[in-house]
Design a protein around this ligand. Structure first.
Ligand code: HEC
Length: 442
């Protein structure tokens, strides 16, 4: 009893002695964890660069960090370690709470860290910027199918890219987008007029996507992408063009957009190549029953090359997604969950593994996702029907963009082979893990 009182007293004294101030204690946290988004021209609705800007938000800042709504981060801390982990430490949380509870004092200006320097809009220093040559007209209402815009890039030699950043011309209407490398050998979009937008499935799309590689991605909160992991870079063959694949949403008034991608080139040719899987593993065979509040869907690939390392995981689902797990089964039979997290459609975050994970030839990479197709899911566009794979938000997807580092000589078509549940015919649900395992036992 006595000891508790003394301890309580001491804690009170310590807290009194160290009332956090904005300049000394809070600003460094905002610089590290918040200003990437909370500054003019970025995706967050208000700036948190200065005391004057942050002060009115003090109470909501506390609420947002205590509830873990901010910074957005969905990985279950029990699995894996990630280089881009945005979470606040317990000490940082306590500092923000303590500062708000103390009336959010400004403190002494000379305690403030120097302001961060931001590159004119870009988070990288691009050596080259590739922009859509003309505006895309975004209609005021209705659904807009995925648009594909071929942009002449004039790469007059082979290039190695260590970082890429996509920036929307008009963030209000760009839901998400990708920049895809189309090598000169590819027949994909062969008859497309550069700068014109083509809908998925239209005739000009033509040809297979053979040899293409995902270069850059944009969705709110994703930021720039680095391909320099252990001296690796992304390869762009001489003569390649860039395809912008954009999902626009209409906002009630006509809008225009002209988006761009910035690239940083490697100074020396790398040993390893950074390859992004084109949304695999994927469950093209998925079926999510009407009304099911916890429908499971699994998909799998098997690694078909030597010396590959997994470095990046970005799950992808639509409005019914709940959670996503990546489970690796090594050729030895040993199993490991390398990522598990809640799904949030608004924040399609990518997770950079803190340490590259070797995935030897024969390793199976299984993704396990769950969906809420019931009426209790407030985002569910229609709980009354079975949902299949499709591009639109009211259809579903179950896929992962996995980043791998491979030897530069690797045949990319062999890196991932669909396997296991991904080869099952479509049923009325799933494919689920238990349904797949039942077929193996037979
Ligand atoms: C990856 C970008 C990003 C980061 C990092 C980020 N925010 Fe935000 N924040 C947003 C966006 C976008 C919104 C508005 C949409 C929303 O509320 O989800 C927002 C909203 C907020 C709100 C309003 C919440 C509400 O309930 O209305 C607060 C407060 C906030 N952020 C504080 C913070 C603080 C404090 C940090 C750092 C510890 C932080 N944010 C980090 C993007 C970000």
């Amino acid at each position: 009893m006595f000891r508790v009182t003394v301890a309580g007293l001491l804690m009170g004294v310590a807290a009194l002695a160290a009332t956090p101030t904005f300049n000394k204690d809070v600003l460094p946290i905002l610089q590290k964890h918040c200003q990437g988004c909370h500054r003019p021209g970025e995706i967050a609705p208000m700036s948190l660069l200065s005391y004057t800007e942050a002060r009115p938000w003090a109470k909501s800042m506390k609420a947002a960090v205590v509830s873990e709504k901010m910074p957005p981060w969905f990985a279950d801390p029990k699995y894996g370690h990630f280089a881009n982990d945005r979470r606040l430490s317990a000490a940082e949380l306590a500092t923000i709470s303590g500062w708000v509870d103390a009336g959010a004092p400004e403190g002494n200006l000379k305690d403030a860290p120097p302001p961060l320097k931001f590159q004119d809009g870009w988070n990288i220093k691009p050596d080259m910027i590739i922009e859509m040559p003309k505006d895309f007209q975004v209609k005021a209402t209705g659904t807009i199918n995925y648009q594909n815009i071929l942009v002449k890039a004039h790469f007059d030699e082979d290039k190695w890219v260590v970082a890429a950043e996509m920036r929307p011309g008009n963030a209000k209407v760009v839901h998400h987008m990708r920049a895809i490398v189309r090598p000169p050998s590819s027949t994909w979009l062969a008859s497309a007029v550069p700068g014109e937008a083509y809908e998925e499935g239209s005739e000009a799309m033509g040809g297979a996507k053979d040899g293409t590689d995902l270069l850059g991605k944009y969705n709110p909160g994703l930021g720039a992408q680095s391909f320099d992991v252990d001296g690796s870079a992304k390869f762009i063959p001489k003569g390649s063009d860039i395809v912008f694949n954009i999902h626009y949403t209409s906002v009630g008034t006509p809008q225009t957009d002209r988006s761009k991608v910035g690239l940083v080139f490697a100074k020396v040719p790398p040993k390893n190549r950074y390859w992004m899987s084109p949304g695999t593993p994927a469950a093209f065979n998925l079926a999510i029953p009407a009304g099911d509040s916890n429908a499971e869907v699994v998909s799998e690939v098997t690694v078909g090359v030597d010396n590959a390392k997994l470095v990046y995981i970005q799950p992808h689902m639509h409005l019914r997604g709940k959670d996503y797990e990546v489970r690796v089964t090594y050729p030895t039979g040993e199993k490991e969950t390398v990522f598990k997290g809640k799904w949030n459609f608004d924040w399609q975050i990518g997770y950079e593994l803190a340490k590259p994970l070797p995935v030897p030839r024969g390793t199976r990479i299984l993704s396990i996702a769950h969906y809420d197709n019931s009426a209790n899911n407030k985002f569910n566009p229609d709980p009354g029907k079975t949902i299949l794979w499709g591009d639109q938000n009211w259809d579903e997807m179950q896929s992962g963009f996995l980043g791998l580092v491979v030897d530069v000589k690797t045949d990319l078509s062999k890196v991932f082979q669909p396997s296991g549940p991904s080869l099952m015919p479509r049923g009325t649900s799933g494919p689920t893990l238990s349904a797949y395992e039942a077929t193996v036992k037979k």
